[in-house]
Design a protein around this ligand. Structure first.
Ligand SMILES: Cc1cc2nc3c(=O)[nH]c(=O)nc-3n(C[C@H](O)[C@H](O)[C@H](O)COP(=O)(O)OP(=O)(O)OC[C@H]3O[C@@H](n4cnc5c(N)ncnc54)[C@H](O)[C@@H]3O)c2cc1C
Length: 448
C-alpha cells in the first residue's frame, strides 16, 4: 500500500530551471489549480505564457484538498464561474487526454435536525435560477443513496450533477497540457517582486532573473497577501489548517460526496475514501489575525463552532517574516518553498471516531495516509479577481477560500478573459478588492 500517494505531489526533488525566458506575454505567479488552468486556457489561444512556481506544481492547497467539485451551496456571486467550472470539469479528461479522476458522483449535505435542513433548503432558489439538479431527499431515498449510515438524518440536500476529482492528479495534468500547448512552467522559481516602469508592470523579478512582461497574474494562494503587501497593496487574507485522511480501498458505500457536520467523506478513484472532519479547522493566530480582525468578524462568528483557535510558533514566524525585501536577495517565498503543515493528530483521531460511528461498515478500514493543507480565505469567503487599481498590468486572483479546487478551472477561465480582454460573460465586479474598503457590507453567503 502506497502510504505517500497524495504526499508524493509535494515530496519530489526540487530542480531549479535550466533557464528562464527573457520575456513572456503573460507571467503567472503560482502553479496551483488556478494558475495552471489560466495558463492552459491562455496557451490554447496561442498566448505566450510563463508560470513561476516557488515549489512544485500543486504542492500546496491544490493537491491537499478533499477533492469535492460542487456548485451546491455556492455564494450566488460565484455561480456563473462555478457553472463554467463544471462545464470544463465534465470534458476535462478528454480535452487534456489525461485522467483527472473526475466523476459526477453526486453530492449530499445531510442534516441532523430541521434547523440544518432549513439552512440547506434556502439554496434551492439558487439551484432553480441556474437550472442545477438539486433537491431535498429523505427517508428511503436518502438511505438508498447512503447505505450503511448509522445516523438518523432527518433529510439532505442532494445535487446529482456535483462530483469529485483527484487533487493529486488534476492540477499536474492541466500543467502538462499547458506545456504541450506551449506554456512554460517553471518550478523552484520564486517571484520576488515586480519590475515597474513609470508605475506599471514591466517584468517579474524571480530568484533566477527577470522575465520581461507587461501582464502579471498573481495566483499565489496563501502567499498572495504577503506578495501584495510588498507592493503596498492591502489584501485581507487569513490561513486555516485543514486535516484530511485517506482510507485503504474498501466497500463502496457511496459513489460521491457526503457531508455531515461531523464528517466530510468522498469516494476515491482508488476505491478508498478521503475523509475529513465536517467543521473543524485550526486557526493559529498570527499578526495578520489582528491586522484583519475587523474584516473577518462576520466569518469568525459563522465558523466559531468549528474553528480551533490557538497561538504558537506561527505567530512569531509571521512576525519575523520581512514585509518588504530587496529583489536581489532571498525572499520569504524561497524560505518556504512548500507550505506543508502537519496534520492535527487530535483531528485525525476525531475523524476516525466519527467515521466509525457514522459508517460502522468502515470501522475496520485502515487509514493509510493523513496530511494537512492551509486554506487561505478572504473575509467574505469568495475570491478577489481584478487588475490592481494601483499597478496597471498587475492582476490578482486569490481567496478561493476552501472551495477553489472545484472552482479552479472556471476561475481560470475568468482570469484568462481578464488578461486577454475577451468577454467571458462572467462579471468580475463582485470580486474587486475594494469591496473590503469602500463601505460595502461584508456578506458571507457560503460556508468555508
Ligand atoms: C484541506 C483542504 C480541503 C479543501 N477541500 C476542497 C474541496 O473539497 N473542494 C474545493 O473546491 N476546494 C477545496 N479546498 C480549497 C482548494 O484546495 C483551494 O481553494 C485551491 O486549491 C486554491 O488554488 P490556488 O491555485 O488558488 O492556490 P494554491 O493551490 O495554494 O497555489 C498557489 C501556488 O502559488 C505558489 N506561490 C505563492 N507565492 C509565490 C511566489 N512569490 N512565487 C512563486 N510561486 C508562488 C505556491 O507555492 C502555490 O503552489 C480545500 C483546501 C484545503 C487546504
Amino acid at each position: 500500500m502506497d502510504n505517500r500517494l497524495v504526499a508524493s505531489t509535494w515530496e519530489q526533488p526540487l530542480e531549479p530551471p535550466a533557464s528562464i525566458p527573457e520575456s513572456s506575454d503573460v507571467v503567472i505567479i503560482g502553479a496551483g489549480i488556478l494558475g495552471v488552468s489560466t495558463a492552459w486556457l491562455l496557451a490554447k489561444q496561442g498566448i505566450n505564457v510563463t508560470v513561476c512556481e516557488k515549489g512544485l506544481v500543486a504542492g500546496e492547497q491544490s493537491s491537499r484538498n478533499w477533492g469535492w467539485v460542487r456548485v451546491r451551496g455556492r455564494d450566488q456571486r460565484e455561480m456563473p464561474m462555478a457553472m463554467e467550472a463544471m462545464r470544463i470539469w465534465r470534458g476535462l479528461a478528454e480535452e487534456l487526454g489525461e485522467d483527472v479522476g473526475y466523476e459526477q458522483g453526486g453530492c449530499i449535505f445531510a442534516a441532523r435536525n430541521d434547523k440544518e435542513l432549513d439552512g440547506y433548503v434556502k439554496w434551492l432558489d439558487v439551484a432553480r435560477e441556474y437550472g442545477v439538479d438539486t433537491r431535498i431527499i429523505e427517508g428511503e431515498e436518502l438511505r438508498r443513496q447512503v447505505p450503511g449510515a448509522a445516523i438518523p438524518w432527518c433529510g439532505a440536500i442532494y445535487t446529482s450533477t456535483d462530483g469529485r476529482a483527484e487533487p493529486h492528479k488534476a492540477a499536474p495534468a492541466i500543467a502538462r497540457a499547458a506545456r504541450r500547448k506551449g506554456a512554460t512552467i517553471l518550478e523552484s522559481c520564486a517571484v520576488r517582486g515586480l519590475d515597474l516602469e513609470a508605475g506599471r508592470v514591466a517584468g517579474v523579478v524571480t530568484e533566477h532573473g527577470t522575465i520581461k512582461t507587461s501582464s502579471v497574474l498573481c495566483a499565489g494562494g496563501a502567499w498572495t497577501s504577503l506578495f501584495c503587501r510588498s507592493l503596498g497593496i492591502r489584501l485581507p487574507q487569513l490561513r486555516v489548517r485543514g486535516t484530511v485522511v485517506r482510507t485503504a480501498p474498501t466497500a463502496q458505500l457511496l459513489n460521491g460526496n457526503v457531508y455531515d457536520r461531523h464528517l466530510g467523506i468522498r469516494r476515491r478513484q482508488d476505491g478508498g475514501y478521503s475523509v475529513a472532519h465536517g467543521t473543524t479547522l485550526d486557526h493559529s493566530i498570527t499578526p495578520s489575525t489582528f491586522r484583519f480582525a475587523t474584516k473577518f468578524l462576520p466569518a469568525l462568528m459563522q465558523e466559531i463552532g468549528g474553528l480551533k483557535i490557538s497561538i504558537g510558533s506561527d505567530f512569531f514566524e509571521e512576525w519575523r517574516t520581512p514585509k518588504r525585501w530587496d529583489l536581489d536577495t532571498e525572499s520569504p517565498f524561497e524560505q518556504t518553498r512548500i507550505l506543508n503543515p502537519d496534520p492535527n493528530p487530535r483531528v485525525v483521531k476525531a475523524i476516525r471516531r466519527n467515521l466509525d460511528k457514522i459508517f460502522p461498515d468502515l470501522a475496520g478500514t485502515e487509514i493509510v495516509e493523513s496530511w494537512a493543507g492551509m486554506v487561505e480565505t478572504t473575509p467574505d469567503v469568495i475570491p478577489v479577481i481584478e487588475e490592481s487599481e494601483k499597478i496597471p498590468g498587475f492582476h490578482i486572483a486569490t481567496g478561493l477560500s476552501g472551495h477553489g479546487f472545484g472552482l479552479g478551472p472556471g476561475a481560470g477561465y475568468a482570469c484568462a478573459g481578464m488578461l486577454t480582454g475577451n468577454d467571458t460573460g462572467i462579471d468580475l465586479q463582485p470580486f474587486r478588492l475594494s469591496r473590503f474598503f469602500d463601505g460595502s457590507p461584508i456578506r458571507m453567503d457560503s460556508p468555508i
